[in-house]
Design a binder for this molecule. Structure first.
Ligand code: LCS
Length: 397
């Protein structure tokens, strides 16, 4: 990659070869794992200069680590951002970002339909800091405009959203946020930088649970935030240096490895998901399928405009409500009954009892997270095996 122009290369090539920045003088193809907590200084004067920020260098792995830095550099590169910071989890990425932007008395504007953990952060933890989250009543951009006021210090959206796959118009919502001079944060976990580039659509900050598609193998928890260098420097200082929510070097190495195969996995998972969505859409026991790739999805046109693929997560509702969902979820064989998404393995779960159990039953009803809603993260298995498992499980629903 030393002499090549990244603007001319395919995204898949960039994922494999990275931004071309050297990490090891040995020329190792795989970034080495710098499994160290601290770094020795040549002398005290050098140490003092590095602590004062007058000289670059590694001090301590809570501040910077070459493996973690390599991962951060690649994410910034793939997300078209100036800089990025890696975190211990997706939740740490969300929490540290919001805490960096809001002070007591401030508000954050979001939607109710987000990952259940994020919703719990909004409703439980941020309240302790006197930060209030207010909500647009629907994914429509106009609803965001209606809710803005001068105390709102950031807008936070997930698109596609967990678990209903609602699609939000990033460019339109960015325009509204900018009318009020506040940043738009997009949780890009479901789409990944391969299928969606929020910063190019006008967002200011993009973040991920890298536990999902970026890691891709269901073996590590992580998060990452990308944006302007000024914001990321500030976030690094608060969220990593002072609040300590760092990604370990080994996890960063797993995430770097995940990035290399991201496009291949995303394409396979999306192809499988489209076939599963069509199969479920025509199934007599299924009343509704939520997948942005289906024309019937209310966000299909926006998804076509702002995404390059529809990703591998879908949700569906069963005619028989909760009892049918329970029978089906207990009947899967190949597919695992498990939370998380974006793994090689296909995972199925029940949002009302699992990922979104922190919402009250009334809230879930209002948001369309019905007791008969089932979420499926379609993995990389052979499509015939997946359809056969779903068919036999639906037979028992
Ligand atoms: N953002 C989104 C969109 C998520 O789906 C999740 C986790 C997070 C942030 C938090 O990331 P974590 O701390 O778990 O790395 N979503 C999960 C889910 O749907 N099932 O299990 C976790």
């Amino acid at each position: 990659m030393k002499t090549m122009n990244p603007d001319k290369l395919d995204f898949a090539t960039l994922c494999v070869h990275g931004s071309g920045a050297p990490v090891s003088p040995t020329g190792a193809i795989s970034v080495p794992i710098f499994q160290t907590s601290t770094f020795a200084f040549r002398d005290l004067d050098t140490a003092a200069q590095e602590f004062a920020g007058e000289k670059p260098g590694y001090i301590y792995s809570r501040l910077q680590n070459p493996t973690t830095e390599a991962f951060e550099r690649e994410v910034a590169f793939l997300e078209h951002a100036e800089a990025s910071a890696a975190f211990a989890s997706g939740m740490a990425a969300v929490a540290m970002t919001l805490l960096a932007l809001a002070r007591p008395g401030d508000k954050i504007l979001s939607t109710h339909t987000v990952y259940g953990g994020t919703h719990a952060l909004f409703e439980e933890q941020l309240k302790k800091f006197d930060i209030e989250v207010i909500y647009a009543d629907s994914p429509d951009a106009a609803e965001f405009a209606a809710k803005m006021d001068s105390r709102v210090k950031a807008v936070f959206i997930e698109t596609p959203a967990n678990p209903t796959l609602a699609v939000l118009d990033i460019a339109a919502i960015a325009g509204i946020a900018h009318d009020w001079n506040v940043p738009l944060i997009v949780d890009n976990t479901f789409a990944t930088p391969y299928y969606q580039s929020p910063l190019q659509l006008g967002a200011d900050i993009v973040l991920h649970s890298t536990t999902k598609y970026i890691g891709g193998h269901g073996d590590a928890i992580g998060g990452v935030v990308a944006g302007s260098k000024t914001f990321i420097d500030d976030l690094r200082s608060s969220g990593l240096k002072e609040l300590g929510a760092i990604m370990s070097p080994f996890t960063a190495w797993l995430m770097l490895r995940g990035l290399k195969t991201l496009p291949v996995r995303m394409d396979r998972s999306s192809e499988n998901a489209m076939q599963v969505a069509k199969f479920l859409d025509g199934h007599e026991k299924v009343s509704r399928v939520h997948y942005p790739g289906l024309q019937s999805h209310p966000g299909h046109d926006i998804a076509r405009r702002q995404m390059r693929g529809f990703s591998g997560v879908l949700a569906f509702e069963l005619h028989g409500g909760f009892p049918a969902a329970e029978r089906m979820l207990n009947a899967v064989n190949l597919i695992s009954l498990a939370v998380s998404l974006g793994d090689c393995d296909t995972l199925i779960e029940h949002p009302a009892s699992m990922t979104h159990s922190s919402y009250s039953p009334e809230e879930r009803r209002e948001l369309g997270i019905s007791d008969g809603l089932v979420r499926l993260s379609v993995g990389l298995e052979g499509i015939d095996d997946l359809l056969a498992d779903l068919q036999q499980a639906l037979d028992k629903a």
